[in-house]
Design a protein around this ligand. Structure first.
Ligand code: AMP
Length: 364
């Protein structure tokens, strides 16, 4: 059975690795000849809009999925007229644009930071008067890992922020002084069965995820599950969906959603009965879903910009190393380690040691 994957990065690579024991092969489409998934599946190397390659993907794959949000809409439409595409193109169209995404949350009565669409400098002035300061100006599309955003703290920051980002549609969001960031990863199959992974607590630095910790039994779980369930149902969603929230008091404010496997779910590879990658493949192929419960307390640390020595990572009790095979570059995710141990305090100690190794390289 072949699953087509648009994108050949680390998420595609981990999907393929999860598929191998099940006899599922992944066929990737990526313009980069050195795309890191190429060592675990076949790479169709070329432009995302190349109709010859899209035809090949559609004819050979039972279903096509994607590992990132910025897939050209025309390519997805072209594919969807020839083969099943999951998650559905509509979910991607909403998730790729921060304004549409927040409108969706608001329509479903899911709290969000206050927000306004910005096209002109005058729009920004008006929106600042309503949203207040501090606020965050973001590009509506193509932003990831904290790229394409500027915090406006003082009135005088507005000019710089606008000139840095203008030329593309923008969104202004109220800056949330959150107590913590959490994400909820869910999976839904074509029959409508939904499984939720435990709520995950996340730490970001400069907009990039550095650490995740699974929090089974977290008191905010029912609230997060209700929000995510309403999105899944509304979109008749198939596959893994991740939603990131800011927690302030007893409220979860939805920041963004990712219609794909997600970095904050990497701990599920060793920490859950079925990983997010395997469950995504099961969902899009209409196979029974696997249990999402943790097998033990678990977490994850990202290696960004540099990879610590394998011997140092593996010397941390409970650590499992995942290397993506990408050339090092500042700010680039090169690998991660999951930590799993019988007691949560041992996971926390492992995460502390793994963070120290991650931080020991050159600054990003
Ligand atoms: P994003 O690309 O929107 O996920 O933003 C990356 C990170 O920037 C988030 O995980 C937060 O740590 C921070 N951030 C983004 N938007 C806001 C906001 N409205 N208020 C406070 N922090 C934010």
């Amino acid at each position: 059975m072949i699953v087509g994957v648009i994108g050949g990065g680390q998420l595609a690579r981990m999907l393929a690795l999860a598929g191998q024991p099940l006899g599922i092969r992944c066929l990737f489409l990526d313009p980069a000849p050195d795309a890191c998934a190429r060592t675990v599946g076949e790479l169709l190397c070329g432009d995302y809009g190349d109709e010859r390659l899209l035809d090949e993907l559609a004819s050979r794959a039972a279903v096509v999925t994607y590992e990132f949000e910025n897939v050209p809409e025309a390519s997805l439409r072209y594919l969807a007229s020839r083969v099943s595409v999951h998650p559905r193109p509509r979910a991607l169209a909403l998730a790729r644009d921060r304004w549409h995404e927040k409108r969706l949350f608001a329509d479903l009565s899911i709290p969000t930071p206050s927000f306004a669409a910005i096209d002109t400098r005058a729009d920004l002035e008006q929106a600042l008067a309503v949203v207040g300061r501090p606020a965050v100006l973001k590009t509506r599309t193509m932003g990831y890992d904290g790229k394409g955003q500027r915090v406006i703290r003082e009135a005088r920051d507005a000019d710089d922020a606008f000139s840095a980002l203008c030329g593309t549609p923008l969104i202004l969001e109220g800056f949330v002084a959150f107590e913590r960031e959490v994400s909820l990863i869910a999976v839904r199959n074509t029959a409508g069965t939904i499984h939720f992974y435990p709520l995950t607590e996340n730490i970001h630095r400069n907009g990039i995820l550095v650490q995740s910790l699974a929090r089974p039994g977290d008191p905010m779980t029912p609230c997060a599950e209700a929000h995510v369930q309403s999105i899944l149902m509304h979109l008749d969603y198939v596959g893994v969906l991740a939603v990131e929230f800011f927690q302030k008091g007893d409220t979860l404010l939805a920041n963004e959603m990712a219609p794909r496997v997600h970095n904050s779910g990497h701990w599920t590879i060793e920490g859950a009965e079925t990983s997010q990658f395997e469950n995504h493949l099961r969902a899009v192929l209409d196979l029974p879903l696997g249990a999402t419960r943790t097998v033990a307390p678990s977490g994850m640390v990202n290696f960004v910009g540099h990879l610590p020595e394998a011997s140092a990572v593996l010397a941390v009790p409970g650590a499992h190393l995942h290397v993506y095979g990408k050339a090092p570059r500042p700010g680039r995710k090169l690998g991660h380690a999951t930590a799993r141990a019988p007691k949560e305090r041992d996971v926390l100690e492992a995460l502390r040691r793994l963070r120290a190794l991650a931080d020991a390289g050159p600054p990003n």
